[in-house]
Design a protein around this ligand. Structure first.
Ligand SMILES: [Zn+2]
Length: 363
């Protein structure tokens, strides 16, 4: 077995070289949103339409791991799927960027369908809940409607950044991560994926990042996923970014994904680019850390529909996220040294997703 893994890794090095790497993500302007299906709580918090499935043993809020988040618009629901049997703890987050809808919906399908047989799954579908309270352009829908057997369900299509009204201060002129590195535009201070490891007494975005770090540390997460999307022409589209310490698992997963019909690029976290989930989660906690990107046409063209573009069907993007998570967890189960594994008695059906659409695997 070890021999096979080594051969696979060797081949993966060639794959990585052959694909080449690139990075960058887009942004838009302001405007707000829509009908009222998900419930609006106090202080602008949104309670999204997520319907816990048979695997969910507890529903809580992220403020359980960092009290200062309670009552703020950045608090967000956390779904725990605990098999009750020993095993690996796996964390999945959608909605770091609330306009990257395939990541959010992938997390929702896990909450509604996954049933762990060993280990524990912790899912946050809308990680930056403040970002889901606004949209960056009136050319994208504020809600994504999906037909299910029980009727139409609505999912919030939000923005990339924390709502400026919630951050509590105007954007600085420029933003440099506390650990140094590149200087960004000031609005990047509201980008959760530039804020890790966060700060207990920082901005709302830094507090949110700090809460995630606390969850990963205190729950002793073994594996952590951050689900994203990028414009289809972005070098990031269809890519797995892995912390260097767990690059081998990602390489093995990329090979198996290729056999399964999914062509994913692979890249290690940059050494100099601070504040990103895969970098800081992996460096500062025990978790093997991965970021997965699929192509969202609305991120390069505001007029494109993020859910209904026939060239980039939402169900295919969700399928890519699900397949990538599965492949990485298979690699984890086979390659990790801790002996802790996670297995599932039920998982969102890719077959049904493919044949009958996203609505068929939503409650
Ligand atoms: Zn993103």
């Amino acid at each position: 077995m070890k021999q096979r893994i080594k051969a696979a890794l060797f081949a993966a090095v060639f794959l990585i070289g052959a694909f080449g790497f690139v990075c960058g993500e887009g942004l838009g302007a302001a405007a707000a949103a829509g009908t009222a299906l998900p419930q609006q709580l106090g202080a602008g918090t949104i309670l999204h339409d997520v319907r816990p499935g048979a695997g969910v043993t507890r529903t809580t809020w992220l403020s359980e791991w960092f009290e200062a988040l309670a009552g703020t618009p950045a608090d967000t629901r956390v779904f725990i799927l605990d098999s009750g049997k020993p095993g690996a703890v796996v964390f999945v987050a959608g909605g770091t960027h609330a306009n990257e809808i395939a990541g959010i919906l992938t997390a929702v399908t896990l909450v509604e369908n996954a049933v762990p047989a060993s280990g524990k799954l912790i899912v946050i579908p809308d990680l930056n809940n403040s970002a889901s309270t606004w949209t960056e352009s009136n050319q994208v829908p504020a809600w994504i409607a999906i037909q299910t057997a029980s009727g139409t369900r609505f999912f919030k299509y939000g923005a990339r950044l924390t709502n400026i009204a919630h951050q509590g201060s105007p954007d600085p002129e420029s933003y440099r991560h506390p650990d140094g590195g590149d200087v960004f535009e000031g609005w990047e201070s509201r980008n959760l994926n530039r804020a890790y490891p966060g700060a207990a007494h920082g901005t709302l975005t830094q507090k949110l990042a700090y809460a995630v770090m606390e969850l990963l540390r205190r729950e002793k997460a073994d594996v952590a996923f951050d689900l994203h999307e990028a414009g289809p022409e972005s070098r990031l589209a269809n890519m797995i970014v892995a912390n260097p310490k767990n690059l081998d698992m990602a390489a093995f997963a990329v090979l198996n994904l290729e056999l399964d019909g999914f062509r994913m690029k692979l890249e290690p976290s940059s050494d100099t680019f601070h504040g990103l989930s895969h970098r800081e989660w992996g460096d500062r906690t025990q978790a093997a850390s991965f970021l997965i990107e699929t192509p969202n046409p609305a991120q390069s063209n505001n007029a494109a529909n993020p859910a209904e573009d026939p060239a980039y069907p939402l169900k295919a993007r969700v399928m890519t996220h699900l397949a990538s998570i599965e492949a990485i967890l298979d690699a984890w189960n086979m390659m990790n040294d801790s002996g802790r594994t996670i297995t599932f008695a039920a998982w969102p059906s890719r077959d049904s997703l493919n044949k009958n659409g996203l609505g068929s695997i939503l409650k």
